[in-house]
Design a protein around this ligand. Structure first.
Ligand SMILES: O=c1ccn([C@@H]2O[C@H](COP(=O)(O)O)[C@@H](O)[C@H]2O)c(=O)[nH]1
Length: 251
């Protein structure tokens, strides 16, 4: 089984580690580099052992700590658009949506495939990632305004879902954000609402003990109980109960 740790999530910074026991990767380093170093060491992760860092897109809350990659000479993978926006096209490694990169393939137990898929966010070329190995499958989907069939296909049959569950639409509409920010959050290239996350998860989760992490939650336009309740209701409509058919954690 994969070991997934959500070290930080939300608009202040995102960082997830994924390990299959042999290989550890990070998805996003959206905290200052010294903080990335600190939280990883506190979690028992040796920075010198990190195989690679996968960046979903160029917004600061996802890549602020890229200096951490430079310090430890860790390869950085992202889309061409993201690497261009980060001015790292020369040093970064390009992954295209639909493509998989396989590493440590010399042993069936050590191998890990990372497959990229397009998401819909107001960045140059944002990606989500599905990570597979003998340890199972983990999907990471953050910062997307909606979920397409292609995204569902890429994430299908995961054991672990790291899923954006950003806001309650009514809270955004009636909240304090300026109109331009409200429109941005609610746009197709914005962030995922509780309802949209719940509806996508209801299509993905089969009740086989999947683990769901609800992430990138707004502290202004959401409440953990509201997000959790929305997802639980959608899954209950399929006959699936938290704690029995799947595990749910709100971060
Ligand atoms: O004053 C603000 C607050 C937030 N944003 C952006 O909106 C989205 C959602 O933020 P949450 O903190 O999850 O509510 C995110 O992209 C923020 O960067 C903003 O532009 N201005």
């Amino acid at each position: 089984m994969f070991d997934v740790k959500i070290h930080a999530t939300g608009s202040d910074g995102n960082c997830v580690s994924i390990s299959n026991g042999a290989v550890t990767i990070l998805v996003d380093v959206g905290l200052p580099k010294t903080k990335v170093e600190k939280i990883l060491l506190a979690a028992g992760i040796d920075p010198t052992k990190i195989h690679s860092i996968w960046i979903t897109h160029e917004h600061q809350d996802h890549c602020r700590g890229l200096g951490f990659a430079d310090k430890y000479k860790i390869p950085v993978y992202a889309s061409e658009g993201t690497l261009k926006a980060l001015e790292r096209l020369d040093s970064g490694k390009v992954i295209k949506a639909g493509n998989s990169i396989c590493f440590e393939a010399f042993s069936i137990t050590n191998h890990m495939f990372v497959t990229a898929f397009n998401v819909s966010h107001d960045a140059m070329e944002p990606l989500g990632f599905a990570i597979q190995s003998g340890a199972g499958k983990v999907s990471v989907m953050m910062d997307t305004g909606y979920v397409t069939d292609e995204m569902l296909h890429a994430m299908a049959n995961s054991d672990i879902y790291v899923f954006e569950c950003n806001h309650d639409e009514d809270m955004v509409v009636n909240g304090d954000y300026p109109d331009v920010t409200k429109s941005r959050v609610l746009a197709d290239t914005g962030h995922l609402s509780n309802e949209a996350a719940a509806s996508a998860l209801a299509k993905l989760v089969h009740g086989l003990g999947e683990k769901i992490y609800l992430t990138h939650m707004s502290s202004n336009n959401n409440m953990p109980a509201l997000a959790q309740g929305t997802v639980k209701r959608a899954l209950k409509a399929k006959g699936l109960l938290a704690g029995k058919h799947y595990e749910l954690e709100v971060l």
